[in-house]
Design a protein around this ligand. Structure first.
Ligand code: PGA
Length: 297
């Protein structure tokens, strides 16, 4: 670890775990993430069922890869459909971009028509996998399935990016208990060592996709990130909660990335639509990179 990184690490304990964002300064405390990628900030592109052909997938990936040479402090992950993984993996020998799957099944192999195992995606280059995205939960995936899939991903040494988030944000704070219940159902009873290898993606369902209400506000995101760390600190401990890697996802684009990373206590983004357009995705990466530079100087 470089001296810069170790000095960042020392600052971690200053992050305050409290439900009141008002008690927080607007500057977040720099920190090293709990997972072990190179950097402390992470931008993940979730391509979902896009684009329609391998040629388009290669073009999009090429455009991204040709424009990330200057990125030093932000890890970039691209999660294409399974069928493109092998090809994109062969296309890229650099280290700036990692590949990820969009899910893995809860078994490695067997009679499960249509499913794909963690070892399979690992063998074609994936280092990460999204788990429990709301679009998969809508198809019936439960917190129990999510937990089983995290286990299998970890057994294949993939970094699971675990999605949580409420359907609606009500004024009475009911959404907070939805978030709490999800975190408890998935993480309660797991060890700190297990949890440290996991990335959490806070993705409020109402903020996702083209029919969404748009991204969460900076203030609401700050408050929710603190709340998530508070719930985690009750399950594990304060230190583990502070070190957790928390991404935000839902209508992130190049125009709101700066305000959504600055002081909100998240460590990066999980990006849907904007990851399908190289310019927008790169704009988000550079907003995060600029913030990371500011924090490390
Ligand atoms: P969006 O999707 O960025 O298109 O809102 C985010 C996601 O579903 O991960």
């Amino acid at each position: 670890m470089s001296s810069k990184k170790s000095s960042l690490k020392k600052n971690k304990s200053k992050k305050n775990v409290t439900t009141s964002a008002k008690k927080q300064s607007t500057k977040s405390t720099p920190k090293k993430t709990s997972v072990d990628p190179e950097n402390q900030y992470l931008v993940v592109g979730n391509w979902k069922a896009n684009p329609e052909t391998l040629v388009e997938a290669r073009n999009l990936f090429n455009e991204i890869k040709n424009n990330v040479r200057q990125v030093r402090l932000t890890d970039i992950v691209v999660c294409p459909p399974f069928v493109y993984l092998d090809n994109l993996n062969a296309l890229y020998k650099g280290k700036k971009i990692s590949l990820g799957a969009q899910t893995v099944y809860s078994e490695q192999s067997g009679s499960y028509t249509g499913e794909v195992g963690a070892e399979m995606v690992k063998s074609v280059g994936a280092k990460y996998t999204i788990i429990g995205h709301s679009e998969r939960r809508k198809m019936g995936e439960t917190d129990e399935d999510v937990k089983a899939r995290i286990n299998i991903a970890l057994s294949s040494e993939l970094v699971p990016i675990v999605c949580i988030g409420e359907k609606e944000r009500d004024n009475d704070g009911e959404y907070l208990s939805v978030i709490r219940d999800q975190i408890q159902a998935i993480f309660y009873g797991t060890s700190r060592d297990w949890f440290r290898k996991v990335v959490i993606a806070y993705e409020p369902i109402w903020a996702i996709g083209k029919n969404s209400k748009g991204a969460v506000t900076m203030h609401a995101l700050h408050e929710t990130a603190i709340y998530i760390r508070k719930v985690l600190s009750e399950i594990f401990d304060k230190k583990t909660a502070l070190a957790a890697t928390i991404l935000y996802g839902g209508s992130v684009d190049a125009s709101n990335a700066t305000e959504l990373i600055d002081g909100t206590q998240v460590d990066g983004f999980l990006v849907g639509r904007a990851s399908l357009e190289a310019g927008s995705f790169l704009g988000i990466v550079s907003a995060v990179e600029e913030y990371a530079k500011k924090q490390s100087s």
